[in-house]
Design a binder for this molecule. Structure first.
Ligand SMILES: N[C@@H](CCC(=O)N[C@@H](CS)C(=O)NCC(=O)O)C(=O)O
Length: 215
């Protein structure tokens, strides 16, 4: 049995939920509220499971896998059908590069603990903090939009005719952009892929508002 430690608004957990839903895997959601009581990711119980105190974590028969990209790869290796990686090595490299552009180069800069450090420790005010948030999404999306427009494998999805891990990463990042009211007009390809993905049941079922802990 798979159990996912998740929070409805966590975009890293959203990535994993999409993959679980796309592959039709049954899993139990264990909500970890990132804000309540100072953040329940900091409880000794959760910190013992994931010493990084970050969501998501996937429990597989009593063993814990952390880091959303590692979890996505684990799910792909253990449940290869329907695939979330293309069949060719160059295609897989491209998909993984798109994942990294989001999960390694945008998301960590805008994570809750980073925003808290900016506000609480460095004394940055809310408008400056929001400007920081927008800056890193726009910097990342500028490049991703160009990559998607430039490369022939881009289709209705980030890579070809069916969703890949790149879409699992992109759609939650667009969700974050929408939360901060970042206009997507400059990113028509990202916007079109987002709309295509959201027509799929797997993406709808994985969405924040569809989660049992949604507020
Ligand atoms: N690289 C990690 C990032 C995980 C992460 O940053 N998760 C956020 C939620 S999206 C979190 O748990 N934040 C809690 C905090 O900052 O205290 C992954 O991909 O799993």
């Amino acid at each position: 049995m798979l159990s996912l430690y998740t929070y409805f608004r966590s975009s890293a957990a959203f990535r994993v939920r999409i993959a679980l839903e796309w592959k039709g895997l049954a899993y139990r959601s264990i909500p970890v509220h990132l804000l309540r009581d100072g953040g329940t990711q900091h409880t000794p119980e959760y910190a013992a499971r994931n010493p990084q105190r970050l969501i998501p974590a996937l429990d597989v028969d009593g063993r814990t896998v952390t880091q959303s990209l590692a979890i996505l790869e684990y799910l792909e290796e253990t449940h290869p059908q329907p695939p979330l990686l293309p069949p060719d090595a160059l295609g897989r490299a491209r998909v993984r590069a798109l994942c990294a552009a989001i999960a390694c180069d945008i998301h960590p800069l805008n994570n809750l603990r980073v925003l808290r450090y900016l506000s609480s420790t460095l004394g940055i005010d809310e408008p400056q903090r929001d400007a920081w948030y927008r800056h890193w999404i726009e910097t990342g999306f500028d490049a991703i939009e160009r990559l998607l427009q430039r490369d022939r494998p881009t289709g209705p999805y980030c890579h070809g005719e069916t969703p890949t891990l790149a879409d699992c990463c992109l759609i939650p990042q667009v969700f974050n952009a929408n939360r901060y009211r970042i206009p997507l007009d400059s990113y028509p390809t990202i916007g079109a892929i987002h709309d295509t993905c959201l027509r799929l049941e797997a993406f709808q079922r994985a969405a924040p508002q569809a989660q049992p802990d949604a507020e």
